[in-house]
Design a protein around this ligand. Sequence first.
Ligand SMILES: NC(=O)C1=CN([C@@H]2O[C@H](COP(=O)(O)OP(=O)(O)OC[C@H]3O[C@@H](n4cnc5c(N)ncnc54)[C@H](O)[C@@H]3O)[C@@H](O)[C@H]2O)C=CC1
Ligand SMILES: O=C(O)C(=O)Cc1ccc(O)cc1
Length: 370
Amino acid sequence: MTASPPGPATPAPLFEQAAIAGVGLIGGSVALGLRQRLLARRVTGYDADVQVLQEAQALGVVDDVRATPGEWLRACDLVVLAAPMRALAPLARDLAPFLSPTALVTDVGSVKAGIAAELEALGVRNFVPGHPMAGSERGGVTHARAALLENAVWVLTPTDHTPLTALSRVRTLVEHLGAAPVVMPPDAHDGLVATVSHLPYLASLALTHLVARDERLSLLAAGGFRDLTRVASGDPRMSRDMVVENRAALRNALARFRRQLERLEADLDQPEELLAAAQEGKRTRDSLPVVKRSLLPPKHDLVVAVPDQPNQIGAVTQALGAAGVNIKDIEVLAIREEGGAIRLGLESVEDVRRASEILNAAGFEVRGRG
Ligand SMILES: NC(=O)C1=CN([C@@H]2O[C@H](COP(=O)(O)OP(=O)(O)OC[C@H]3O[C@@H](n4cnc5c(N)ncnc54)[C@H](O)[C@@H]3O)[C@@H](O)[C@H]2O)C=CC1
Ligand SMILES: O=C(O)C(=O)Cc1ccc(O)cc1
């Protein structure tokens, strides 16, 4: 990659020697972020699976690899625990005897109260529980990208025992990885993700079960159904572990969800009530923030409506290329909701103005976006 990464400038690496324990989708993405943004002088990958380590090294995700915990860990001033939920506590127990007392330790697990208590019990002093709210249904190091973490909310859940200096250092790390730290207690985090992450996962399972084994239903399951059930494609074991770990908070969210469904069912006989619910749903969904992720800083955006015809994206890029307007970033926006649109990241306000003129003249509808 040749482009300079976004985020605050880093005069010197924040860390001398980082260890990523569990070099999968998230661990690999953190490793790539550390390397590409020059945040650590050296990044070592540790994983239970030797093949993963070979892949991580071949892909340039880490500088070197280790297949067993050991004395090498004492030299690490940053340790990121990024194994699946169920392996996090055993992993911490394996590594704890070798950690330097001054090492900053954090994790990326999807549920926080258990691991926070576990590390406290192990006496790991500088531990800051964390959870990047970014991911994908495709796991593994081959899908890791530094850009995955860009602009993501990254929740940090210190306990009463977390040293403030450790919290502040992890906050700095998260910011330098291009993400946005948000601090809250572990229990509060677990309650919130039960609603926004774990309940949608169970709901997507319930929906997919409704169409299973009926070819006519799968045939008719169109875009909306696919959108709504995407997370059901996540790794089954990983997802199962995540929801089981958070089952207390999830039961609460499920009870509230059932009440919502019952209310909507009752509203089927009250069309005005149902309309109000539909309008409220649209307002809420439309106002959800769009997280911009790209390899380059999205600075000056232009949204172009693209008709559903062959080679329309080609026509846009050709018209701009011919006029010397450099497209730094391109993203296909929600096709079904906006009738087909792409977002172009351009270099300057002047480029946005020129591109608008060129594309308008070519018959495209455009809209600048800040
Ligand atoms: N997948 C996602 O979208 C997100 C996942 N998370 C959390 O991040 C963590 C990792 O998830 P992914 O990167 O998606 O998983 P992944 O499956 O892509 O990677 C996990 C890696 O950990 C390794 N591993 C398993 N047991 C281990 C052990 N005992 N010691 C060392 N390495 C071990 C595996 O070999 C694998 O390479 C999980 O705790 C998950 O809850 C957090 C945010 C998003
Ligand atoms: O695929 C997606 O969009 C996700 O939301 C994935 C995800 C899975 C687990 C997390 O703890 C956080 C995010």
